[in-house]
Design a protein around this ligand. Structure first.
Ligand SMILES: CC(C)(COP(=O)(O)OP(=O)(O)OC[C@H]1O[C@@H](n2cnc3c(N)ncnc32)[C@H](O)[C@@H]1OP(=O)(O)O)[C@@H](O)C(=O)NCCC(=O)NCCS
Length: 181
């Protein structure tokens, strides 16, 4: 799906939310490695990434041409500072459900980019025909929880041993859902 929208975030800054393209591969990969080093709230660590720029290029090109999978990026001053994605949970009886993921460079937190990317992803999920958008969030991730609640996601369960962190041991995951129609 093609998506592109310029939004004004906090401090009157312009933020372009658009598809990440194959040519963004290096920047997106670097951002992935950076964000996976900056927090303990994502599902893997920087050193566990097993893909390179060429893999990323193909991955992004495929998403660009997909109707059901979307990989968005937030661009500030010509730099990609955040990404968000939608992927189907599966086929057949779960084909109405999509999973949402988001990560923003820590240097850009609190500027409204999370809200811009999440709104865009919700818009894309509706266009793609999904009935429900879902996510899992570490219960200590208060910034993300506040964002999701603000966007209308509601908790529907908890997994006490959802992640196993290198630093903290088990991390509880909160399961959230947003009805789209
Ligand atoms: C979670 C994350 C995406 C939030 O992005 P962000 O750009 O900082 O969020 P925004 O500035 O758009 O804030 C949106 C809302 O979230 C809440 N929020 C964000 N940061 C907050 C903070 N430090 N304190 C309280 N509320 C906060 C607020 O409700 C805010 O709305 P408001 O500004 O109108 O009050 C970002 O912190 C991030 O990438 N974290 C690391 C990766 C991660 O945890 N991903 C989610 C995995 S489930």
């Amino acid at each position: 799906m093609k998506y592109s929208k310029e939004v004004i975030i906090k401090n009157e800054k312009k933020c372009l939310v658009r598809n990440a393209f194959g040519d963004d591969a290096e920047e997106v990969l670097n951002l992935f490695l950076l964000t996976h080093d900056q927090t303990d709230f994502l599902s893997s660590y920087k050193d566990q990434a097993s893909f390179d720029v060429e893999f990323e290029r193909k991955f992004l090109s495929d998403r660009e041409n997909s109707e059901k999978e979307v990989y968005l990026c937030a661009v500030i001053d010509d730099h990609i500072v955040g990404t968000a994605s939608i992927f189907p949970l599966g086929a057949n009886k779960v084909s109405h459900r999509a999973e949402f993921g988001i990560a923003i460079d820590k240097n850009y937190w609190g500027m409204g980019i999370g809200k811009a990317l999440t709104s865009a992803a919700i818009e894309c999920a509706k266009i793609s025909g999904y009935a429900q958008l879902e996510l899992e969030v570490v219960s200590e991730n208060t910034n993300a929880l506040a964002l999701y609640q603000k966007m209308g996601f509601v908790e529907f369960g908890r997994n006490p041993k959802g992640f196993h962190s290198r630093f903290k041991g088990y991390q509880e995951l909160i399961l959230m859902r947003l009805e789209l129609k």
